[in-house]
Design a protein around this ligand. Structure first.
Ligand code: ZN
Length: 261
């Protein structure tokens, strides 16, 4: 009688003579990076040849465990065996000078951003597989600070909403009317308020009503921060949105959303 097979995770990496050192390292809690013994260059993913000097000689170094999110995607679909969507797949840049892929865990997918400092950790997936993973590091939470709007964004938004008034694309015309620079047009503001509500409500929601009141202009170079609260009543919700910039309230409004069907 054969012993029962150990539980294996449905997704297993393809191992080879070139990658065994990496997985052996992970099993010991080390993130190993291939090093060329000919010229000392580090490379990842590990291949049989040094891309710099073509040497086949190689050993490895162990990464410090620090990293920065270089790029990332949030995986929603299709389903992945053994994983619960949504999850984050990131390219993490290491101070050693290579980039590795891995999941960012311990953070809401929406909190992950390019430049986020992350720390290495290891997840034991099954008896034979340990995966290097990444978790937000010290100071890894993004400050709630909006980015300044470039002038080209203000202009492109106005043109995209077929608003050709000069104050949205001509800084001289805007200044002649007493504005500091070109400023956001109303339809863009309305679109941002609407999107804030639908981002909160999800893809099944339909907008039934939107009412906004404009305040201070939103000039190029300024930054707009949208905040809101939501109140559910039956199958609908009222989302109260406020958009503020350095001058104060740019917009206040309410959006009524309903679940479709
Ligand atoms: Zn080399």
């Amino acid at each position: 009688q054969r012993p029962p097979r150990p539980e294996r995770h449905p997704l297993q990496p393809a191992r080879s003579a070139d990658t065994d050192f990496f997985w052996d390292g992970a099993a010991r809690g080390e993130l190993r990076i291939r090093r060329c013994t000919g010229c000392g260059a580090l490379r990842h993913p590990p291949g049989p040849l040094c891309p710099r000097c073509r040497s086949t000689g190689a050993d490895h170094v162990t990464a410090s465990g620090a990293g920065t999110v270089y790029s990332h995607v949030v995986h929603h679909h299709p389903p992945v065996p053994g994983r619960t969507a949504p999850f984050v797949v990131a390219v993490v840049e290491l101070p050693e000078g290579v980039r590795v892929t891995g999941n960012v865990v311990g953070a809401d997918p929406g909190e992950v951003y390019v430049g986020m400092p992350v720390r290495l950790e290891f997840e034991r997936v099954d008896d034979g597989l340990v995966l290097p993973q990444w978790r937000p590091g010290p100071g890894g939470r993004r400050p709630a600070r909006p980015r300044p709007l470039p002038r080209t964004s203000i202009t492109a938004q106005a043109l995209a909403t077929r608003d050709f008034q000069s104050v949205h694309h001509d800084p001289g015309a805007a200044r002649a009317q007493g504005a500091a620079d070109v400023f956001m047009n109303i339809l863009t503001t309305q679109g941002l308020v609407q999107r804030y509500a639908t981002d909160w409500a999800g893809p099944a929601a339909r907008v039934r009503r939107i009412a906004i009141r404009l305040g201070a202009p939103n000039h190029a170079g300024d930054a707009l921060l949208l905040t809101g609260t939501a109140e559910r009543t039956g199958g609908a919700a009222e989302v109260a949105v406020r958009g503020a910039n350095s001058l104060g309230a740019h917009v206040t409004g309410t959006v009524t959303v309903e679940e479709e069907g």
